[in-house]
Design a binder for this molecule. Structure first.
Ligand code: CA
Length: 398
């Protein structure tokens, strides 16, 4: 990982279970923002010091983009001056504990990668009509559950559930044997809209604080039996993982790229003057216990049919209110090639094929003690913005 001066993300850390504080990271140094506030570095910005001594980033985000961007700029000034990071405000990242940075309110998960929606449609429904008729008109989503979202490093036990392997028999209750990851990005909402007020697609990015990596863990056998007619429930809500640092949307400015042309033309409220995505490289690594790491997917955030601005405009078009700290999942981000698919369901084509691990073992879905690692970064003309990683191990069923 390479946290540069161009990045300056925000997170929450603690030492020896003491009070949590806001932080940024540069190289391998976690920088204590409360300590810097006490030393007077942010005095001219007139921010209450208590904002920096907090369990979550939400209060900080609530002071507004003008001030949070000013803090980020001030940090870049300070950290450019400090060639050697020392003193009370700097900690080796390996000596601190990183926490879930956002008190997540509502969690919405979109389904915005065309290749992913096509792959799943082919496997779960009809190969000839993989995309449902609404898909290119609506950024399809469902409301998920925020209580079970945890930060990188927190592991979980293989969930149990109802599975119906044979349509002619009754369902059974067993541990899932089709445990999977979903490679996604999380958008963190940084400003609320009033109930009844829609957010214009051209204003939508003002409502984005930043982004994290997101793993929307999924149990495919539970999903297949339960998802009709109302969509995902217990196949998804047992656990989700995010990376510890929130990368601001401002840090991603250099990495904008043209988004895929949308055909047919979308309705006027979804039409953008500039239809842009972000070029962020994403990687999934599988590490079985005692086995070398294996890269199993390389995708990119730019592989999204619907932009984040369109997702927000659509989410609020009926007057639904978003709040600071809401999390919008992008949906699984699959590219067009097999090695860029964002889930094992797609990589092994529903378990028809296997991945071969470096020790010769095979995987169709995840086994106990497998670790899944997500990484992400953007890089262009010497500017690098790293997302860090999510690292999660599957534990046996409880
Ligand atoms: Ca998902």
């Amino acid at each position: 990982m390479n946290f540069t001066i161009d990045n300056i993300p925000f997170g929450i850390f603690s030492i020896n279970n003491n009070q949590k504080r806001l932080a940024t990271i540069i190289d391998n140094f976690v920088v204590d923002l409360y300590e810097l506030a006490k030393l007077g570095y942010f005095n001219e910005l007139k921010i209450k010091k208590s904002v920096f001594k907090n369990d979550y980033l939400n209060d900080f985000i609530g002071i507004g983009k003008t001030k949070t961007n000013a803090v980020r700029k001030r940090l870049q000034e300070i950290l450019r001056e400090e060639h050697i990071y020392e003193g009370e405000a700097f900690y080796d990242v390996n000596s601190v504990e990183l926490h879930l940075p956002i008190k997540i309110g509502d969690y919405t998960d979109f389904y915005s990668s065309e290749q992913h929606a096509t792959n799943v449609g082919m496997m779960f429904r009809d190969p000839a009509n993989a995309l449902l008729p609404n898909w290119k008109h609506i950024p399809v989503a469902y409301h998920g559950r925020s209580s079970s979202i945890f930060v990188s490093g927190k592991n979980f036990h293989r969930p149990k559930g109802q599975i119906n392997k044979d349509e002619n028999k009754l369902p059974i209750f067993v541990p899932t044997s089709r445990l999977d990851f979903e490679l996604e990005m999380a958008t963190i909402i940084g400003k609320s809209n009033e109930i009844g007020e829609s957010i214009d697609v051209h204003d939508a990015e003002d409502y984005v604080f930043g982004f994290q990596l997101l793993n929307d863990w999924s149990a495919r056998d539970i999903q297949k039996w339960e998802y009709v007619p109302l969509g995902p429930f217990l196949a998804k809500n047992f656990f989700s993982s995010v990376s510890p640092w929130v990368i601001t949307i401002e840090a991603l400015e250099p990495f904008r790229v043209e988004a895929e042309i949308q055909n047919p033309t979308v309705l006027p409220y979804l039409q953008e003057k500039k239809h842009l995505n972000f070029d962020i490289k994403l990687e999934v690594i599988l590490q079985a216990k005692g086995v070398e790491e294996l890269i199993i997917s390389q995708s990119n955030f730019k592989n999204m049919y619907w932009t984040v601005a369109q997702q927000i405009a659509h989410h609020t078009v009926n007057g639904c209110n978003l709040n600071i700290g809401d999390l919008l999942g992008s949906g699984t981000i699959s590219g067009k090639e097999l090695n860029s698919f964002g889930s094992l369901l797609e990589i092994t084509w529903g378990g028809e094929n296997s991945i071969i691990l470096p020790n010769g073992a095979e995987r169709k879905f995840l086994e106990d003690y497998d670790t899944i690692i997500f990484k992400g970064f953007a890089q262009k003309s010497g500017v690098r913005v790293d997302f860090g990683e999510i690292r999660t191990m599957i534990l046996p069923t409880k």
